[in-house]
Design a binder for this molecule. Structure first.
Ligand code: PLP
Length: 396
């Protein structure tokens, strides 16, 4: 099929839930993607914070091949070794005692809401189920996760949303204190709001939420689906805040692009979840968990995480230099390799022109674009991206 035929057929047969640029991705290598016409793109999206090791990663391919020759799927009716080994790695490297596997970030949020409410029905009484989340947050597209998402534009014409969510202001502890009541059983928060515009939680804010949860017998649930697992320069983002959550949702980079999500939780919550109360056909299958183990054991290495921090510092410094040099940038936000750049010009135009110039970046909330390069990006790639970004800004 020719490029134009693929695009024309897509418009006929695929539900139009995405606005896609007019090229077709064919393959990838390292931090580069290539389209069907042979054009090369430096990828600063990495599958929306998924492809930490970029494309065509030999070690990931070897893991995939090895497990594919052994077992892909046999359902959660049976024990499998890769699932257990991945859970062990997660428990060893985080606050968690137990892990529940599912297929996506949204599913992890759905499960976390259920687990919080199940815990609350025993610990706090069935009539208490309110969860505080935040304006500008994003937690997913199914009804529970969507109802928890503090962006009304995503609810429009899909109502009614699920009851039981109250929305406070991000980084405003007083707004949380005003909302917290005897009915509140949990606070759900992204340490770095990704889709909402790349806003980083202040340390005092997350520490304050931890304290409020302790004082009110509530659970602190962190959504690290986008900011977790190396993206901010530590294995989990919460490590930079001196706090521990009670529960945490993860997904995106966990299995290098294969669908896998997880809820990490403490034993006091896990104790209330009994066989048959939650489940999934595919979640945590042997193929994805085997690959995820290979990915995560590399991400959690100190030297790897230090390299993310170093490249982050370099990228942020260079972006500030660019801001001083060219018009068009209002502010630079974010942590690690999760950077939001608030623009004075139309972000859609910037994204389009960058792609024409061979650089992929993506939109986030506000008037901002987002840089989410693969975690293996090198300083040379950052320089290359910034030359392209600068050229685009200079044309607007
Ligand atoms: N939570 C956060 C913080 C996210 O960034 C996303 C996706 O962007 C989700 C939840 C939903 O994850 P998924 O798209 O894997 O369902």
């Amino acid at each position: 099929m020719k490029t134009k035929d693929i695009i024309a057929t897509e418009k006929k047969v695929i539900l139009g839930t995405y606005t896609r640029p007019e090229f077709v991705i064919s393959h990838g290598d390292g931090v580069y993607l290539f389209d069907t016409d042979g054009k090369k793109y430096l990828d600063f999206v990495s599958g929306i914070a998924v492809n930490a090791f970029g494309y065509n990663n030999k070690q990931t391919q070897a893991a995939l091949r090895e497990q594919s020759e052994r077992l892909w799927h046999c359902s959660n009716l049976y024990y499998t070794q890769p699932q257990v080994e991945l859970a062990e790695l997660l428990v060893y490297n985080t606050f968690a005692d137990k892990v529940f596997f599912c297929n996506s970030g949204t599913e992890a949020i759905e499960a976390a809401i259920k687990f919080a409410r199940k815990w609350a029905s025993a610990a706090r009484g069935k009539e208490n189920f309110q969860i505080i989340t935040f304006n500008r947050s994003f937690h997913g597209r199914t009804y529970g996760a969507l109802s928890a998402t503090g962006q009304p534009k995503f609810w429009e014409n899909f109502g009614p949303m699920l009851p039981g969510f109250d929305f406070a202001e991000f980084n405003d502890l007083e707004s949380v204190k005003k909302l917290i009541s005897a009915k509140t059983v949990a606070i759900l928060v992204e340490p770095v709001q990704g889709e909402g515009g790349v806003y980083t939680a202040d340390p005092e804010f997350l520490q304050g939420l931890r304290q409020l949860c302790d004082e009110n017998n509530c659970l602190l649930i962190l959504d690290e689906i986008q900011c977790g697992f190396g993206r901010t320069g530590t294995f989990c983002a919460y490590e930079q805040y001196g706090i521990l959550p009670d529960m945490m949702t993860v997904a995106k980079p966990i299995a290098g692009g294969l669908p896998l999500g997880a809820v990490l939780l403490k034993d006091n919550i896990a104790a209330h979840i009994k066989p048959g109360e939650h489940g999934t056909t595919f979640g945590g299958g042997p193929l994805v968990t085997f690959v995820a183990h290979d990915i995560l054991k590399r991400i959690c290495q100190r030297s790897f995480l230090d390299s993310v921090k170093e490249k982050s510092q370099y990228l942020i410094e260079k972006l500030h230099e660019l801001q001083a040099k060219v018009p068009g940038i209002s502010s630079i936000r974010g942590k690690g390799l999760m950077i939001g750049i608030e623009l004075k010009v139309d972000p859609g135009t910037v994204i389009k022109k960058c792609a024409e110039d061979g650089l992929l970046i993506c939109k986030t909330g506000g008037n901002a674009v987002r840089f989410l390069p693969p975690l293996i990006v090198e300083k040379d790639h950052i320089d290359e991206a910034l030359v392209k970004f600068e050229n685009v800004l200079l044309t607007l």
